[in-house]
Design a binder for this molecule. Structure first.
Ligand code: NAP
Length: 351
């Protein structure tokens, strides 16, 4: 199979930069177009990003010389797939235009996540949710990522749900500033501070895990039945969302058993040897004060979910702490892994 031709939409944003970085010399994908708003279009990516590139010391040379275009199918001819890191204010219409034009859309935006024929795909957690794509009426199909806050949480919950069942969930997040895009939260608001509010976040965190961990029945996704309560906080960390989780399980178990099912957890990406699949999906840290964003963020090139502090919970059954890289595992890296899965499974038509 030839490489799939792809465009990155929202290429200038926090998530877009990660796409550009992670797609350099990719085994399955060739980036042929970079899309953003009218403000950036018409200029070379290297010029637009001269003072906005934040994820490494150098903009990858392949992207520097590409001209940014607007996000219209006519501006990105011949692409097989688009990766969308678009602002949700504009993602709905633009992504649908691509789907109507027959292009597969791998989206990070919230707009289509809860639509019943759209999977919230997390490649290790629910690859069977790809079945619902056949219900989408457009020639191009839309696949979404979950919200970055629940990405690592749902990965840790999957083996718990399969082995012990989940009754209820309580989460408290400490979310990095890069989660708010660039330039994001003003430094005067966040330095030396904690902001106990992130617009729209708690409702996403309270609903997406159930769909993500749902079962396919009669070709449809039936959401899991557990209730979730969430507190979401913005903290002065650059990258990496840390989440304290308390969980009530259906069956009695032990810390030993939980650590074992986490250590054994592997998904289809590992079995298929997908390029972005981390060798270790869940890395449990025995040290008493881990995980920490500064130390554990880049585990598995930002794709491993790091967990620690598993202990009994007096109100629920167990509590623990999850760390996940919000712009890699929680966004661009997970989206690329999803695209690798559909490419490898032959669901992306590449002649
Ligand atoms: P961001 O830094 O604000 O970037 C937004 C991107 O959208 C920019 O490339 C911007 O282009 C483009 N854009 C804005 N208006 C546009 C328009 N009218 N037409 C075309 N392009 C337009 O945001 P982000 O943090 O990367 O987030 C992108 C998406 O991913 C959002 O939907 C967000 O909710 C989701 N997400 C983010 C994270 C994270 O950790 N940051 C994690 C998971 C999911 P210009 O530069 O030209 O304005």
């Amino acid at each position: 199979m030839r490489k799939a031709k792809v465009a990155v939409l929202g290429a200038t944003g926090s998530v877009g930069q990660r796409f550009i970085e992670l797609l350099e010399n990719h085994e399955y994908f060739e980036v042929t177009h970079l899309g953003a708003s009218d403000r950036s279009a018409g200029n070379f990516y290297g010029d637009v990003m001269a003072s906005r590139w934040k994820v490494s010391s150098h903009i990858p040379p392949y992207a520097k010389k590409m001209k940014v275009v607007t996000c219209k199918p006519s501006e990105t001819p011949d692409v097989d797939l688009v990766f969308s890191g678009l602002d949700s204010d504009v993602a709905g219409e633009i992504e649908m235009n691509y789907a109507k034009a027959g292009v597969m859309v791998i989206s990070n935006a919230k707009n289509y996540r809860m639509q019943e024929d759209v999977p919230i795909l997390s490649a290790e957690v629910n690859p069977d949710h790809l079945d619902v794509l056949s219900f989408q009426k457009t020639p191009g199909k839309i696949i979404t990522n979950s919200n970055c806050t629940i990405m690592g949480v749902t990965i840790t919950l999957k083996p718990l749900m399969e082995n012990f069942g989940i009754e209820s969930l309580y989460v408290v997040s400490m979310q990095a500033v890069s989660g708010a895009g660039y330039p994001g939260v003003p430094s005067m608001d966040i330095l030396g501070n904690v902001i106990p509010y992130i617009s729209g976040e708690e409702s996403k965190v309270e609903t997406e895990p159930q769909k993500c961990l749902g079962k396919i029945e009669g070709g449809k996704i039936v959401s899991a039945g557990f209730a979730t309560s969430a507190h979401c906080n913005r903290v002065p960390v650059i990258d990496g969302h840390t989440v304290c989780v308390s969980v009530k399980l259906s069956k009695k178990t032990t810390e030993f058993e939980i650590k074992k099912v986490w250590a054994d957890f592997l998904g289809e990406p590992q079995k298929l040897g997908l390029p972005s699949a981390p060798a270790v999906v869940i890395d449990y840290k025995e040290e008493i004060d881990r995980p920490q964003p500064r130390i554990d963020l880049n585990s598995g090139r930002g794709m491993t979910t790091t967990v620690g502090r598993l202990r009994p919970d007096p109100l629920f059954d167990f509590k623990y702490v999850v760390l996940s890289h919000n712009t890699i595992r929680g966004a661009a890296g997970a989206a690329i892994l999803n695209a690798e899965l559909v490419y490898k499974k032959g669901l992306l038509k590449v002649d």
